[in-house]
Design a protein around this ligand. Structure first.
Ligand code: SAM
Length: 244
């Protein structure tokens, strides 16, 4: 295939992920708003606000999709900053490219490069900050991704990951389960006509490690000062770590 997966094992999962994101690419933003009740905007805003970047920083946004994080970071850095959007999926990255062009960020302040987050096409020690929002749970090999993020960060660089996690508020888990297993596939079907993709998304959230286990994986990749914040009662967690 033109995505270069020949050497990757677990082709089935890759095909599944590619299928999901190709089929939802153009409706992706609408679905995000619908499913999260607009809350994904607040979660993303928090990530952008706490990114340790400024004028002149170089940032890589992995699994950039339609570019919400990358655009927010580019605006925060101002004209001297540079953000690279990368995504495995061509149609998703094309959405991102369309958005950064609309925002007047390309060329110069933003670039789009297709690559797999577990085999990044970037040199060692080349970014001040690496972000990934709602992407890592789709990786075939999460640890390989974390090792890549560590490799391409400059010493002192910051890694940030926004991802669905485990509700920590008492009682929230029951409501959340009912919502994810019933409401989300139903809305997926109604809005996009594609129930299976949204069923897959819900299941991928369940399989992803909880706050503590994920923090341990991040430390295992070499990161220091690993911390996380729970957002919306732990439905989402924002993890951070540093390459010292
Ligand atoms: N970061 C964006 C956001 O928060 O709106 C997009 C998130 S979207 C839920 C997940 C993205 O991960 C998709 O664009 C998908 O193509 C991408 N993705 C999945 N597996 C990937 C991989 N191995 N490497 C890079 N991107 C991947």
């Amino acid at each position: 295939t033109h995505f270069g997966f020949e050497t990757v094992t677990g082709t089935e999962k890759v095909n599944r992920v590619m299928g999901v994101f190709s089929s939802v690419a153009s409706q992706y933003d609408i679905m995000n708003d619908a499913m999260s009740g607009g809350m994904h905007r607040l979660w993303k805003r928090k990530m952008i606000a706490t990114a340790a970047i400024g004028a002149g920083s170089r940032v890589l946004d992995v699994a950039a999709g339609s570019g919400d994080i990358a655009i927010g970071l580019a605006k925060k850095m101002g004209p001297s900053g540079r953000v690279v959007l990368t995504d495995l999926n061509g149609p998703m990255l094309a959405e991102g490219a369309r958005r950064v062009i609309d925002e007047g960020l390309l060329p110069g302040r933003a670039d789009c490069i297709q690559s797999d987050g577990t085999k990044l096409a970037f040199a060692d020690n080349s970014f001040d900050c690496v972000t990934i929002a709602f992407g890592i749970r789709n990786f075939l090999d999460i640890e390989a991704g974390l090792a890549e993020f560590y490799r391409i960060l400059k010493p002192g660089g910051q890694f940030m990951c926004l991802e669905f996690s485990r509700p920590t508020l008492p009682g929230l888990d029951v409501v959340y389960d009912a919502y994810s297993f019933n409401v989300i596939p139903f809305m997926g079907e109604k809005i996009t006509g594609d129930r299976d993709s949204y069923q897959y998304l819900v299941e991928s959230i369940r399989r992803f490690p909880d706050q503590q286990r994920f923090a341990k994986l991040i430390r295992g990749a070499g990161f220091d000062l690993v911390q996380h914040d729970n957002l919306t009662g732990g439905i989402v967690a924002l993890h951070r770590g540093y390459k010292v």
